[in-house]
Design a binder for this molecule. Structure first.
Ligand code: NAP
Length: 210
């Protein structure tokens, strides 16, 4: 499928490269299209670059991979996202990354759904380190890391679940979009574990069942 990527940083480049490697057409959208073109050239023929609006127009699914403080501006720069599957991997982190600035009674994802009128927002990939994506290996031992996703549109969630599992992660449906209120603190926990508490970024969550 055609996937637009908004933001050419750690998450955007990591997921874009993996999806391009699975045969999807990926268009990186940047404030600096030249930067997006350079990234796309490093990935290969399935990737291209352009503006943020180009990425929004191109993608049946559009990944939002921007710092929280820039996210509303990025959505505004995207133009119409009506009918698009908007995959939200952001976390509403404070500038020092050590807390969330939104929570309990709403979530970053729910705010994004208000800003991106008509988009089908699915929260996903917010609690996996970009370094795990760039490592090219979703396995920890023999186990795939878990990627939770949540949203209110069943069809959009099904497509995002496919985009997770084809990267060899385990996809777990975490319910409606308001459950981003629980997933975003999980993302913050991983920031605390990885950076605040010194565990590093080669860690991931796994749900055990019996
Ligand atoms: N890094 C992780 O391990 C990780 C894991 C899970 C979730 N997240 C979340 O994912 C999001 C992206 O994280 P990241 O690590 O990929 O960040 P990053 O490396 O800083 O990249 C973010 C990208 O957003 C774009 N951007 C910056 N300011 C912008 C603005 N004012 N308007 C529009 N676009 C702007 C930039 O791309 P251009 O310069 O090309 O425009 C930038 O490269 C964050 O919300 C973060 O909390 C990160």
């Amino acid at each position: 499928m055609n996937i637009g990527i908004i933001g050419t940083g750690n998450m955007g480049s990591g997921l874009g490269k993996l999806w391009a490697g699975k045969g999807h057409k990926v268009l990186f959208g940047s404030r600096d299209p030249q930067k997006a073109n350079t990234l796309a050239s490093s990935i290969g023929p399935n990737a291209s670059g352009g503006t943020i609006a180009d990425a929004a127009k191109f993608g049946e699914a559009v990944l939002l991979a921007t710092p929280w403080a820039a996210t509303r501006d990025a959505i505004n720069a995207a133009g119409s996202l009506v009918g698009k599957i908007l995959i939200d991997c952001t976390n509403p982190l404070a500038p020092d990354y050590m807390s969330l600035v939104v929570g309990h009674t709403t979530s970053g994802a729910e705010e994004i759904a208000k800003w991106a009128t008509g988009a089908k927002v699915v929260k996903a990939f917010n609690a996996v380190f970009a370094q795990v994506l760039h490592s090219g290996n979703p396995l920890f031992g023999s186990e795939p890391a878990t990627i939770f996703y949540c949203g209110d549109d069943a069809q959009a969630k099904g497509i995002v679940a496919g985009l997770i599992t084809e990267l060899d992660f385990e996809a777990i449906d975490a319910g409606p979009l308001k459950n981003a209120r629980a997933l975003e603190p999980l993302g913050e926990l991983f920031v605390q574990l990885g950076y605040g508490l010194g565990m590093g970024t080669n860690i991931a969550v796994k749900v055990l069942r019996r």
